[in-house]
Design a protein around this ligand. Structure first.
Ligand code: UT7
Length: 316
């Protein structure tokens, strides 16, 4: 091991320009602004035009890199969490590296659907602490509009497109770690309740089964992430959960008892962007400077697989 820990030194995000409102959706499927707001919490979502997952990932990563003060030559690991890249090869990470002029990084994609950012952040943290990398860019990027059945009201009102990115570096020898131990796992026996399968796939989910799983089991894992980081829930400054549903976010937050925490609900303006939802929401939180640099923020992702992962990080 060459270091005691790592931290997020900068964030960046990208969203496509096109805003799709609930009113517009209610003109194409049998739904209403009232139903979507009260049952899911989404008011608007962004929809990509010709941008690919790699385009959005590179745009977010470019902003994070610029904010970090590092140069492309300083980056030796690029990790991309996504489940909506249409192209199988080359992977998204190498395309991002090519677009940003990062010459020869370790470059991999990771697919654990909506928990992907926290999984990827953990792998970057582990790689740096093991001495296998020095500075990493970790990205969550999704283009769900490519995998949405726009005639299915049960799914088309939920999802959106976008990307968020973090630059991760080793902390100094006397600094505390800025990325806490990951708590990660899955419930593969229930994995069939969310699917994007086949050759021209659309997302399908048993929404109620996922809802039940998320609201009954995720809080326990999130508490474990706080415990492993040595941070009491009462000291958490912000909770940045996967942005699946405001009712799920509130349900988990209630069980965690975090009176001081900003409960982040970027889903209201961005929809559910799967692996992009946590870095997108965290980047905006940092941009608004709603939470002091160094304050503990609980990240927790959950979704397809059924997979989950989360950790406490120090706010960049
Ligand atoms: O990020 C990936 C992980 N996924 C999740 O975390 C999703 C978790 N699940 C959920 O967020 C919720 O279950 C949904 C938002 C997907 C659905 O909300 P719900 O409160 O569980 O609704 P429901 O499925 O029980 O449907 C209630 C009613 C049904 O009508 P009937 O059978 O009661 O007549 C649906 O057909 O609402 C109907 N419905 C709609 N009505 C208007 C379903 N979609 C819509 C819609 N507009 N868009």
């Amino acid at each position: 091991m060459n270091g005691t820990g790592t931290r997020i030194i900068a964030m960046g995000h990208y969203q496509p320009a096109r805003v799709l409102t609930n009113e517009e959706l209610s003109q194409t499927v049998d739904t209403s602004d009232e139903w979507i707001r009260s049952r899911v919490g989404v008011v608007t979502r962004r929809i990509a035009d010709s941008e690919t997952v790699a385009d959005m990932a590179a745009a977010a990563a470019g902003k994070a890199l610029a904010a970090s003060g590092l140069e492309p030559a300083d980056i030796d690991l690029v990790a991309v969490a996504s489940c909506t890249s249409v192209d199988r090869c080359p992977n998204v990470a190498t395309r991002v590296a090519a677009k940003l002029g990062i010459a020869s990084p370790a470059a991999y994609d990771l697919n654990t659907a909506c928990s992907g950012f926290s999984y990827s952040l953990a792998t970057a943290d582990h790689a740096i602490r093991a001495g296998s990398a020095t500075n990493a860019i970790v990205i969550g990027a999704e283009k769900f509009s490519d995998f949405t059945d726009w005639t299915d009201r049960t799914t088309c009102v939920i999802f959106g497109d976008g990307a968020g990115a973090a630059v991760v570096s080793a902390v100094g020898p006397d600094e505390p770690p800025g990325i806490g131990p990951v708590v990660w796992g899955s419930a593969p026996d229930r994995g069939e309740v969310i699917k994007i399968e086949g050759w021209r796939p659309y997302l399908w989910q048993d929404g109620q089964a996922v809802f039940r799983w998320a609201t009954t089991s995720i809080a326990t894992h999130a508490l474990q992430a706080c415990k492993q980081a040595g941070v009491a829930p009462g000291d958490i400054a912000a909770f940045v959960s996967h942005q699946a549903n405001t009712r799920i976010i509130d349900g988990i937050a209630r069980r965690l008892k975090m009176p001081q925490a900003v409960i982040v609900k970027d889903i209201v303006e961005s929809g559910n962007t799967s692996a992009a939802s946590i870095p997108l929401a965290l980047s905006k939180l940092v941009e608004r400077r709603e939470v002091a640099a160094g304050a503990p923020v609980l990240l927790f992702g959950f979704g397809g697989g059924l997979t989950y992962a989360g950790q406490v990080v120090r706010c960049p």
